[in-house]
Design a protein around this ligand. Structure first.
Ligand SMILES: [Fe+2]
Ligand SMILES: [Fe+2]
Length: 466
């Protein structure tokens, strides 16, 4: 399930990495002011700046024996083999694991990088030496190489970290907006970049984590979940890296207008009155105001404002706010509205004692297909979360009880299940079984008979997914 960069961009990615190796190799042989080094550096800068416009961020990473460019593994071809190999060896020596280029660079930045690179062998802590030297250059970030065995050992841990980082930085941003402080959008972009990386690597694990809800901090968790679901959906629809970053940022801010809803209304443990409900319905409009106040009117800001405004509108123009001029809803708005409704339905809220089970929520969304929700995008969504979304409680014909743990893309009705109660009714935690597994007579070992509501068994999903 590889995320595919545009073919043209993939070609540029190889060229950029190759060029990086060329100027470092040349600089090792000659000195830094040699004309071949300068020419190679200039070419690298041009290539990077051209691609930054399209992909927003460039992440070059070493994992094991491979190089990755914006989470795509670089395929070795004979003409580049020596250069790529050189790069991996040199970076491992210095312990550089990742180079992130956040914005356009200049030849001067690269000259500093080369100087540090050449001198780093004399340092006892080469990575720290390089990072310190680069600390004033904000467009380039270096990360230390990770222990790959540990990386494989606990991939879930990394997904978890990405998730909680997203929640806590959203909380931080939300509070800054509330107190009229400037927020750091670069940080948000970094978070989204790592979310995208995780979705490419382990979509199902990250989707599993979004089933975790926190009732008191609903808005923060909800915003992170909607952003993760939207980005995952965008990737399924074939969006490129830049579009995914934009979608991630825009969806993160969809409910920003909620800061203006009084606490007693937002957290009322009972049904809202007519007048309270009309206050809530203002949050799309307030969202637009807060977003526009946040920064200059660039296209991303405008898009975020539009999505904040449209995310409760339906494609048949029902929903809110009601407006006179009815055009087609923005693509991002249509995506965010599906992610938003799904996450809201399966979340426990102050006023709903029990959230809806994920499969029921999916069925409700499917009923709105075509008139309220975009049917094509919804199809991608169903394919992504599966017929039995992660976290659904199922009864098996083996008389075991289990939670959907991961989807099987080739057989959406036969997901992988974590058994939580054995056929004698004893509560257990695992194993994870595959419903595609067959018995000797070519029948299936286990099959889902029906789904149940977790409330009937008082099951806390977080216990199983954390
Ligand atoms: Fe909303
Ligand atoms: Fe929302």
């Amino acid at each position: 399930m590889a995320y595919s960069m545009d073919i043209e961009n993939a070609g540029k990615a190889v060229e950029i990495i190759n060029q990086l190796a060329i100027f470092l190799r040349t600089a090792r042989i000659h000195n830094i002011s040699n004309s071949a080094v300068i020419a190679a550096t200039d070419k690298f800068v041009d290539l990077v700046n051209e691609l930054i416009d399209l992909e927003h961020t460039i992440v070059i990473e070493i994992r094991g024996e491979y190089l990755y460019f914006n989470a795509n593994r670089i395929r070795y071809c004979p003409e580049h083999l020596l250069n790529l190999d050189y790069l991996i060896r040199e970076f491992k020596k210095i312990e550089i694991g990742t180079i992130i280029i956040h914005s356009k660079i200049s030849p001067e930045h690269i000259r500093i990088f080369i100087e540090l690179f050449l001198k780093s062998d004399q340092s006892e802590a080469p990575f720290e030496y390089m990072r310190k030297g680069m600390s004033g250059i904000f467009c380039i970030e270096l990360k230390k190489i990770q222990d790959i065995s540990e990386d494989n050992f606990d991939r879930k841990k990394i997904a978890r970290k990405t998730y909680f980082n997203a929640v806590s930085s959203y909380k931080d941003m939300f509070q800054k907006v509330r107190s009229d402080e400037k927020i750091n959008l670069k940080k948000a972009k970094r978070i989204i970049t790592s979310v995208i990386g995780q979705i490419i690597e382990q979509e199902q694990i990250l989707l599993g984590i979004t089933t975790i809800k926190d009732y008191d901090e609903y808005t923060y968790y909800h915003s992170a979940n909607v952003s993760i679901l939207s980005v995952a959906l965008g990737r399924r629809m074939g969006m490129n890296h830049k579009m995914l970053i934009d979608l991630g940022m825009v969806s993160l801010f969809h409910d920003l207008g909620k800061i203006k809803i009084p606490y007693e209304v937002l957290n009322k443990p009972a049904k809202l009155s007519e007048s309270e409900w009309s206050i809530v319905k203002n949050h799309p409009k307030w969202g637009v105001k807060s977003i526009l106040k946040m920064r200059s009117l660039d296209p991303l800001t405008m898009n975020a404002a539009l999505v904040a405004f449209e995310h409760h509108m339906n494609i048949d123009h029902s929903g809110y706010p009601q407006i006179k001029h009815r055009g087609e809803l923005d693509l991002f708005s249509r995506i965010v509205s599906i992610a938003d409704q799904y996450d809201a339905m399966i979340s426990k809220r102050v006023y709903t004692k029990y959230p809806m089970s994920p499969d029921k929520a999916l069925r409700e969304l499917m009923e709105k297909s075509g008139d309220k929700l975009d049917s094509l995008i919804l199809k991608f969504f169903v394919n992504m979360v599966g017929l039995y979304p992660i976290g659904t409680l199922v009864v098996l014909n083996s008389r075991e009880l289990g939670l959907v743990y991961e989807n099987n893309q080739e057989a959406l009705h036969r997901p992988r299940i974590m058994i939580i109660s054995d056929n004698n009714g004893n509560w257990i935690s695992g194993p994870v079984v595959d419903l595609k597994e067959k018995n000797g007579n070519s029948g299936y070992l286990r099959t889902i008979i029906k789904t149940m509501h977790p409330k009937q068994y008082n099951i806390n999903l977080a216990e199983y997914f954390l």
